[in-house]
Design a protein around this ligand. Structure first.
Ligand code: CP3
Length: 338
């Protein structure tokens, strides 16, 4: 929170995307008896428990509520399931007429367990640990709704967006309003910070990037800030390259989360004078560990920690990541005296 509010902190704070998850034995233990992945997300005591696990083990500076970006389509009435080895599965939206079956009135009741989990985490979290709420950005969530799951080329979603922008825009509008409300409710339940995940932002060509990444996020940030003017918002437009600048320039964005492909010199010159930056260790360095991880973490700390910076990965922790590599990374960052 101090870093996001422009205060000096001595060393940069650290948390990791997907810090709660399958690499932790205590997560696998809870997961095994919880039913489906969404059952885990919607059972407040269990969701709160797995949110706190990485804080207990590693003492990260922030906890991120255990949930998923796909609770939004699920809450709107497009059921989501997760299949082992496949990922998320949804019955895809094939025509604009199907949008009428998405019902925003279901949202707050369906997502109530997420807010209950946030309240529980808030009471159990050490006072100096920041609590992060999150949602997917409209473009990324829309890709799962239109493709019916993960995709390689996003052909269905992009075809629809390119050939019938008015129709596709109706889906984006539903998502802008649902995601805005979901984020506001998370702040009301105790989130100190929000992060918006646009994991597939980098798949959009120039004009479409403005239309389907920058514009919907701008509307969400302004809608959230209208109700919660003080809340810091971090945006993760993954693989956006030099277009990170456009996201950093959105009014009200406090920080951008960097994937592992961006040049740190470019970030220092072009982003850190505008926003806080977060990132960007390749999760494979965390998997590999040893000298390679140490050297890369130090390169990132040297380049970015003179400015406002939150240490994180360029994408989520991978399930086979050794536990000791995570402790070592925490030691490197918390011992940093740049
Ligand atoms: O610790 C945290 O970061 C908080 C929890 C969190 C999850 N998903 C839990 C999860 C967060 C912030 C997410 C975000 C998310 N979910 C994104 C954006 C970030 C990114 O990774 O690009 C996306 C695209 C999703 C959609 C999603 N959820 C996919 C594609 C998958 C399947 C892939 C996989 O890793 O299995 C999920 C499932 C999921 N979400 C798991 C976890 C811990 C694994 C499910 C399990 O434990 O069985």
């Amino acid at each position: 929170m101090e870093t996001l509010n422009g205060l000096p902190t001595g060393r940069p704070p650290i948390w990791l995307m997907r810090q709660a998850g399958r690499y932790l034995p205590e997560y696998r233990e809870v997961r095994k008896d919880a039913g489906t992945f969404l059952d885990l997300c919607y059972t407040p005591d269990l969701a709160a428990e797995v949110t706190l696990q990485p804080i207990r083990r590693y003492g990260f500076d922030a906890a991120i509520i255990f949930s998923d970006i796909l609770v939004i389509p699920d809450a709107l009435g497009q059921p989501v399931s997760f299949r082992e080895g496949v990922g998320p599965v949804l019955e895809e939206i094939k025509a604009v007429t199907e949008l009428t079956s998405l019902d925003e009135n279901r949202l707050s009741e369906h997502l109530y367990p997420v807010y209950t989990a946030l309240r529980t985490v808030r009471t159990e979290l050490p006072g100096d640990t920041t609590l992060i709420g999150f949602a997917g950005a409209p473009w990324t969530v829309a890709t799962y709704m239109v493709e019916g799951g993960t995709s390689r080329d996003f052909a269905k979603t992009k075809c629809w967006a390119f050939s019938a922008p008015g129709e596709f825009g109706q889906l984006i509008d539903i998502l802008v309003s649902s995601i805005t409300n979901h984020l506001i409710s998370q702040v009301e339940a105790g989130a100190d910070v929000l992060q918006i995940f646009d994991s597939w932002a980098g798949m959009l060509p120039e004009t479409a990037f403005d239309q389907w990444c920058v514009d919907p996020i701008t509307r969400i940030v302004s809608g959230v800030k209208e109700k919660q003017p003080e809340i810091p918002i971090i945006v993760f437009p993954r693989l956006a390259g030099h277009r990170y600048l456009k996201v950093a320039e959105i009014e009200g964005v406090a920080a951008v989360s960097l994937d592992q492909t961006v040049s740190l010199e470019w970030v220092q010159k072009n982003l850190q004078n505008k926003v806080v930056v977060q990132g960007n260790l390749d999760p494979i360095y965390l998997l590999a560990g040893g000298d390679a991880m140490r050297a890369e973490a130090e390169r990132i700390l040297k380049s970015l920690s003179p400015g406002p910076f939150i240490f994180n990965l360029g994408h989520g922790v991978l399930p086979p990541t050794p536990l000791d590599n995570v402790s070592e990374l925490c030691e490197i960052v918390t011992g940093w005296q740049g």
